[in-house]
Structures are given as C-alpha cells and as structure tokens.
Ligand binder design. Sequence first.
Ligand code: ADP
Ligand code: MG
Length: 265
Amino acid sequence: MAATTVTAATVATTPAPDGDDYVIQMRQVCTRFGDKIVHDGLDLDIRRGEILAIVGGSGSGKSTLLREMILLHTPDSGSVTVLGSELAGISDADAAALRQRCGVMFQKGGLFGTLTVSENIGLPLREHSDLDEASINEIAAWKLSLSGLKPEAASLYPAELSGGMLKRAALARALALDPELLFLDEPTAGLDPAGAGGIDALVRHLHALYQPTIVMITHDLDLLWQVTHRVAVLGEGKVLAVASMEELSHMQHPVIRDYFDGARG
Ligand code: ADP
Ligand code: MG
C-alpha cells in the first residue's frame, strides 16, 4: 500500500463549483428550544463538491444546523433535503442508506474508547459491507495514512492519542465508507498551531482526491481563507450571507462585520 505524502503539489485548491446541483437544501427552517428561537426561517443551499464553512457567534445555531443535516435533530418546521431525500418523515431504511453516504467527524471525536483506532475505523465497514477482516484492516490502514497518522496508531486506544491524533482518527473513521458528504465540526478547535496547520492541507488533499462535498463548522481563519469555497454566516436565526471570504470581507451587514472584526482580533 502506497503511503500518501501531502505536499504543496497535492493540495492545490479545487475550483469552486457553481450552478444549481445542490446536495443539501434547507427551506424556511424553524427550530426552537423552549423560549429560545435558534432558527427563524433559515434557508441554505449547498452545492455538490463545494467546501462550505458555517460560521457565527457562540449559540447562533451552527451545531444544531449540522445536526439537522445528519438526522440527529428534526426542526419544528421547514424542509431539509439531503442528497435528494426530504428528511421529514424519511423511512428508517432510507435514513440508514443516507447515513452511509455521509461521514461525520464530531467535535469531540466520538470514537469508542474500548476499541482500538483500527477497530473504530473498521466499524462502519463491518456494519455496512460484506468485506472480510483482511480487507477491512487494509482499508482502515489506508484511511489512517490518508488522515496523516502513522501505522503504529492503528493498535492504540483513543485515550492513548493526543488531541491532534484523535481528530485525525475521527476523520479516518468518517472517511471509512468514502462519503459523498463529509461533515466536520470544529476540525482544528483545541489543537496547537502546528497540529491545526496540518489539517488545512489534509482537507484540501482529501477534497482533491475524492471531491466530496465538505460542510464544516470552524472559526479557524486559515481554514476559512485557505480551504473553503464559500462561507455561510449565521445570525438572527438565519443565514445572513453565503459568499467567499473575499466577498464577505467587503460586506457591510453589522452582524457580519461584528463577526469578522471580532474573529480577526
Ligand atoms: P452554536 O453551535 O452556534 O454555538 P448551538 O446550535 O449549539 O449553537 O446552540 C444554539 C442555541 O440552542 C444555544 O442557545 C443552545 O443553548 C441551544 N440548544 C442547543 N441544543 C439544545 C438542546 N438540545 N436543548 C436545549 N437548548 C439547546
Ligand atoms: Mg457548536
């Protein structure tokens, strides 16, 4: 198996897709928790193959939005369509099929502590394929190397990994089934600059290899400027704008200005 070395040549930015081939469409989504209105008629369209970031202040509803895209939360009203399936009232069988096409890297990793890294990565393959153990282990090793971990990490348990290694192991598991849609919740949060710096090259490399649609929540200005095609800004219960960082940096909307001036400082 060839080891992958991420170099400048392999991380050239893929051009932003345009047109109207959408993998996620959210229409007039309303979500509240008790008295707290989180989404107040929110609309968002995500194009196939794009790298889109969701930004917004703390409590603006970013994580809830992501949870609504991956069937972990149902909005009170409005529609969410993912890869052609309307999620409200989706059958269990269709939901299971959809989950197999989506990879999710949770903020805290979400790996099973009683399983080794290799076993964690192999879990979705054991569940959703008829592959034999040898093939599963080989795929796990490949995803591990793709995520920038050394082969020795395969036999370690999550508690034995550093923060950066844990994020990479979670990414390797999210990649197990070659997802069309990859969700990353704060991929660099809590990492030191060296560890976080490697993640942007990694995301670009993955995108160049597979062209998955990538939806990430992040505050990381390196990721936002260097990796994303478009950024959706959440505020006042809505998506206030979806645009490139360059375009956003010229917008005058006060919430957008507050967010960017704050993020820069
Ligand atoms: P963000 O990720 O942008 O910081 P969240 O989506 O996590 O924001 O949360 C948005 C708001 O909804 C916050 O005020 C949060 O406290 C509230 N909230 C989120 N999930 C729940 C829940 N399961 N129950 C009650 N309140 C929640
Ligand atoms: Mg959050």
